[in-house]
Design a protein around this ligand. Structure first.
Ligand SMILES: [Zn+2]
Ligand SMILES: [Zn+2]
Length: 60
């Protein structure tokens, strides 16, 4: 997992929200600037979320 840093001040961002599908963080907040970043779009996860079919084929 890549840790994002603030584009303004470079502070490491805090995770605000995790993707419900892949559990990767998709929304961050800079504690220093008190701003939330834009939500990262997981196009694949959105597809999975929309027509959710449990599959464990990709789990190692
Ligand atoms: Zn995702
Ligand atoms: Zn910042």
């Amino acid at each position: 997992m890549r840790v994002e840093s603030c584009r303004k001040c470079g502070t490491e961002l805090e995770i605000r929200q995790n993707c419900s599908v892949c559990k990767e963080p998709k929304k961050f907040e800079c504690k220093n600037c008190k701003v939330e970043t834009d939500e990262q779009i997981h196009s694949i996860c959105r597809l999975v979320d929309m027509n959710y079919t449990p599959t464990i084929s990709e789990v190692a």
